[in-house]
Design a protein around this ligand. Sequence first.
Ligand code: SF4
Length: 517
Amino acid sequence: MLDSRHFQAHAARLLAAEEGTLRKVAPLAVALCYPSPYHVGMSSLGFQTIYREIHAHPGATAERAFLPEDVPAFRASRTPLFTLESQTPVATFPVLAFSVAYELELTGLFDMLSLAGLPLLAAARTEAHPLVVAGGPLTFSNPTPLEPFVDVLIQGEGEELVHALLEAVQAFPRRDGLLSHLARTQGFRVPGRGGDALHVARAADARLPARSQILTPHTELRSMFLIEPERGCSRGCHYCVMRRTTNGGMRTVPVERVLALVPDAARRVGLVGAAVTDHPRIVELLRTLVDAGREVGVSSLRADRLSQELVDSLRRGGARTLTVASDGASQRMRDLVDRKHSEEQILRAARYAAQAGFERLKVYSMVGLPLEEDADVDELVRFTTELSRILPVALGVAPFVAKRHTPLDGSPFAGIRTVDSRLARLRGGLRGKAEVRPTSARWAWVEYMLAQCGPEAGLAALQAWRAGGSFADFRRAFAASGCTPFLAARVEDGRRHPTRWPVVAPPPPAPGARTGA
Ligand code: SF4
């Protein structure tokens, strides 16, 4: 059995391999927590940005904590969850700040709180316990399942709100006064006390671009300096939380500023953002970085923005796989969700990639959209086969999960059986022609329940986690909890998009099965 020394030595090795770690002694210390393992958390630009912002705040400092790679072994060692920097138990910090990227990380938050020895429910904690705060990408859509477990939610972009939070913690020594103050402050939500659930904060342009603080070889993007040349997206895909209306559309950073912030020593640079290739000067930015001898990766390539020159630059920058998203299984589906891509644009991207010497094309698609039929999946088979004649294709397929505050908000989950049968149809049609990499329909349904339900879904997830965390545990817990996916906005959106999306009234509750699985 592994003991504490094993985990402490592992943390010390991770720390020793980092460049850019910040060290500051200050009266207010925050444990900045990521509810997934180190290699995931350290790839998050938002997490790194908040780490830097806390260090920049007068009188405050931050140390990081991550979900252990092997939670059962960590638990068995009876090691209290500790921070990476000083190996101090997380429970001794006055503030725990979690960055939550998506719904299924909720169980990581349960694991971290329990490994820290803290009560999971906010109502069971007292003034003697740390203040537990959560923010991150999940707060752009539906953070309400987090409500039973956190004292404060930070909604939206956190670069400025984190300073408002730290100032409030410094100003209000008593928890009651602090929570009342935050409930009245825009951008914060205090469960049980108020706050605007629909307000999503937007950081000032002067704070952009977000960029790496720490480089480490122990992430998927090995020692890559990440920088965000644009934030948000000006497009309007109906399923997407990053669409133009979420936070005012795309904001671009001048190329000169991006280049000035890339350290001379950074040999690998990742351009990160929701729609990086929509940056009006993306070709120039890429060319300049590659001409300086750096490897370059881009997080989001839009097929309609690619040119031979841009794809050549990516290849010269070391990329061997070109990744594009088609999203809808057929042109009919893409048109319905306003995903403005045609087959011809994706085929052209594949030809550019072949010409530039890429080895493989990775295409992301989605099944289970409303109104989808088997014929749409057959079209994806036909189209992927066509692409595979140009380059070997890996097809990533995710089941559609409706997110709050998008035009498709409230759309039902297609059903695990339907999704599985569409995936089987896809695999069968593409056997020997393309590699199909689907994500699990079962866990997509769990994500759907958490994306579309309220705090009761969070409590159901807690029951499931306590029971062992299998899919069957989640299905039982959701059925017992009475969670009902949100459908009211779907009706409203049907009115807003009457030609595209039919109005669907909430179905009557089915006896004994309220979950739609
Ligand atoms: S899916 Fe991509 S292109 Fe569409 S709105 Fe979202 S970020 Fe923009």
